[in-house]
Design a protein around this ligand. Sequence first.
Ligand code: AMP
Ligand code: GLY
Length: 429
Amino acid sequence: MRVLVIGSGGREHALCWKLSRSPELTKLFCAPGNGGIGEIAELVDIGAEDVEALAEFAESKDIDLTIVGPESALAKGVVDLFEKRGLRIFGPNKASARLESSKAFAKNLMKKYQVPTGQFAIFDDPQAARAYVRQLGAPIVVKADGLCGGKGTIVAGTLSEALGAIDLLMEDKIFKQAGERIVIEERLVGEEASIIVLTDGVTALPLLTAQDHKRLHEGDKGPNTGGMGVYAPTPIIDAALASQVMEQIILPTIRAMASEGLSFKGVLYAGLMLTSEGPKVLEYNARFGDPETQALLPLLKSDLLPVIDDAVEGRLAGMQLQWEAGSGACVVLASGGYPGDFQIGKEIRGLDKLANRRELLVFHAGTKMDRGRCLTWGGRVLNVVGTGPDLEAALKRAYDAIGEIQFEGMQYRKDIGHRALKNPAEASS
Ligand code: AMP
Ligand code: GLY
């Protein structure tokens, strides 16, 4: 099969790595890819949002299957365009991808179909939004309706923070149109976890559970980021809770979409808060998680390519994925300044020492090869993934490897997996 992967992050490197091990793969392209993906796939110089050019490329190169990484391509309608041209593609169409690209859409759907989530109200008018938060008080959560690269949610501890968030989104328009409408939501308390399934619109095939670390600093402090590290599976979701999530959240969501005439094919990712009242949805994503995918795919024994192919054809019923026993841990190495302003073009050293280490993979995110040198080229730069018989072993592999890597300004969290470990300091030293 000739396959095109769309995207340029660590998630797409992990996808390309897994696909490249499939006996069914004959040729792999990635658009636009990054410095690491170039070693296993042919890079195509087309941006993920340039959907017309991607469709032209897929047609001209006889691509059998295209797999979409980022939400921005889904929101641009890449699936609609490919399907119109008779090209096979894995991902939800633009209308279905609103589950991620419009928080107001997602919240209204959950309310209508009784999928557990926090209480909320939607506002187009800043005046009315301010009156509402004054009435409810803090803590409270203010969210931009549209896509903001994971930065559109403000968990406000005080009333003035909440009012400030409304100003930033609706008056200063820091996220342009994405913040013209906002969702104001009760703050939920509990542990967070990510549930990711592949779906053909009817059947849901779950991946292992994972726990992300969204905040920049250790101890879950500092600003929200796209994700600073992940481990999988997470012990906070046992088999009983996993089936509860499937029955009360994942399958009802897929059925709700179908009832709305919006069959959802692709990856459905539910970001959950495990509250004292049970699991509740914080958000949906309509794509593979990043960095969840980097920690999950090294544990997947099954060949991913035929499974995705079956999902596109609506053939997931009765299927199961096989997983390695043990754990995976992914630590993100980011540029100094991320998630704010950062510089790029810093040389990355030490990667050569890690090339053939057992139970260790380095997936590139924001990198670029330049005359044999590997340079930083984004906020999140590298994903160092360890696997092992348990979480401690997986983390040790990852953190040992990080000791070999250097670039100017490099920052990372030393406490990935801390909630699952009794003694985080020991595991990450
Ligand atoms: P979101 O943009 O909805 O993915 O939210 C990003 C992060 O903000 C989540 O991973 C949570 O840590 C936090 N968050 C979002 N919604 C809530 C909520 N209702 N209560 C508490 N924390 C939240
Ligand atoms: N890891 C969070 C996300 O993919 O949105």
